[in-house]
Each structure stands twice: as C-alpha cells, then as structure tokens.
Design a protein around this ligand. Structure first.
Ligand SMILES: [Mg+2]
Length: 272
C-alpha cells in the first residue's frame, strides 16, 4: 500500500496551465483562415472556432476533429471546401489522429486537402512554439494548491500532450517538485494513465482527477474515481475552491455524493 494513500491526478493544458486560450485564439483558428483563404468570413469563423474548442463540451477535442467540424460548417454556411469528404473519411477512419498518421495517408493518396491539413497542423505547432512564455503560465492558485495537496497526496500530471513539452512547462514554473509522476501522451490515454497509477495501491475513493474537459471526466468515470472540474473562464476561482474545499473533502472522505454531483453539474452547465 502506498504511504500517502491518496492520489490526485492533474491535467495540464487548460487545467493547470493557461495555454488553451492562446493556442486556439492565436494559432488554430487564425491559421485555418489563412490556409483556406477564409478572410472574408474571418470574424464569425474565429468566433465559432473558439466556441467549439474552448467554451463548449467539445472543448479539448483533437485538432483534426475540430478542423473537419469547422470546415464542414464553413462549406455549409460560406463557401465550398474542396476535398472535404476526404478529410472526413480520414478523421473518421484513421486509428490515430496525428501528423505522422496524416503523412502516411498523404503518401498513399496524395490528397490535396490532407496536404493542406498537414501544413496547417505543422504551422500551428510552430506558432505555438513561438508563443511568448508569458502566454504559457499556470493559472493563479495552482502552485499554492499543489504545495498543500502534496502534504497528504501523491500528485501526478495526467496529460495527452507531448511528454517533453509538459515537463518543460511544469519545470519552468517550479511545479515539477510537487509531482511524483508525469503521465503523458507516451503513457497512453488518460484513462489508461489513471488505471496504471491506481494500480500502485490507492483505494478508488481516494483518487481524484482534476481536469477541464469532457475527456478528463470520462477518464475519471472509466476508472471509478472522483472528478474535480477546473471551469473554463473561471479557473482561478476553481483552483481556490479546490484548495479550500475539494481537497479537505477528499482527505475527510466527504468528496462523494452531493459534492461530486454539484461539481459535475457546474461543469456541464459551464460548457454549454
Ligand atoms: Mg485540458
């Protein structure tokens, strides 16, 4: 049995780190407009991109799923998008939604729209890389919360992002010393990461997943562990409540039942 007995898993992007807004507002949406020459409808297209990827239950969906969804809407509302069906088929059928998988498909098909999607995705990566360090800060209250949490719980990052990027960001802001483990993209899905961590000897009712998107909640649910939502646009407030209320409740065995229900309700109402 683990000496600390409690485990708190923390998602990175948009949960502990304030990175989602700048990535979407400055890179994903604007680069799609540029790649597909959609400047005529830029305002409403960007507004819709941010709505789907930041402020609705679809928050945190894979970039290629987001791209197909956006282009399909654009084709319906504004202008035809050449090859849209090829993008749809790839997004629906590929076993892996990544640049590498897309490159393999392009080698097979030489598809025009898939090449555009890859160029967009690569340019987004470069754009994100070039974002100022000030755009990749932890949310207010994260450090204080983690510092207190680790007095009674083992802490782990559970993220679907690239491992090296996660470690660099957490190290840059002095958060790594609080964390016992980093489980990232290379460790499998978030559900799998929680499962692996749980096997190290924690009771399910002493494990909490902290996240900002539906995928985080589902990963917690699949493992039968508690979920604490960091609410989009209300992150500082959420971390404060985590420290003063959620954490003590977990420690006292008072997290389940009505408090967990209340938190899930706040989460779904916030992402409508
Ligand atoms: Mg997240």
């Amino acid at each position: 049995m683990n000496p600390k007995k409690y485990l708190i898993c923390v998602d990175s992007d948009g949960c502990a780190m304030d990175t989602m807004n700048s990535k979407h507002i400055k890179c994903f949406g604007p680069y799609m407009v540029k790649e597909w020459g959609l400047e005529n409808w830029e305002g409403p297209i960007l507004k819709r991109w941010n709505q789907v990827n930041l402020y609705a239950m679809t928050r945190g969906i894979n970039r290629f799923q987001g791209l197909y969804r956006a282009l399909a809407e654009i084709a319906e509302k504004y202008t035809p998008i050449d090859g849209l069906e090829e993008l749809r088929d790839w997004v629906e059928l590929t076993p892996e939604l990544s640049n590498e998988a897309l490159q393999r498909e392009i080698r097979k098909t030489d598809s025009f729209i898939l090449k555009k999607a890859l160029r967009w995705s690569e340019e987004v990566n470069q754009g994100i890389q070039a974002l100022d360090g000030k755009e990749k800060l932890p949310f207010p209250g994260v450090k204080e919360a983690l510092a207190q949490a680790r007095d009674f719980a083992d802490l782990a990052v559970v993220s679907s992002a690239n491992r090296q990027a996660v470690v660099e960001e957490w190290e840059a802001h002095g958060l790594m010393p609080y964390m016992k483990e980093v489980m990232a993209q290379d460790a499998g899905t978030k559900a799998r990461c929680i499962q692996k961590l749980a096997q190290k000897g924690y009771d399910r009712n002493r494990i909490l997943m902290v996240g900002d998107a539906l995928g985080d909640y589902k990963a917690a649910q699949e493992n039968g562990v508690y979920f604490y939502p960091i609410l989009a646009q209300r992150e500082a407030e959420s971390w404060e409540e985590f420290r003063v209320e959620a954490m003590p409740r977990l420690k006292d065995g008072a997290y389940g039942g009505s408090y967990q229900k209340e938190k899930l309700k706040a989460f779904t109402e916030n992402l409508k």
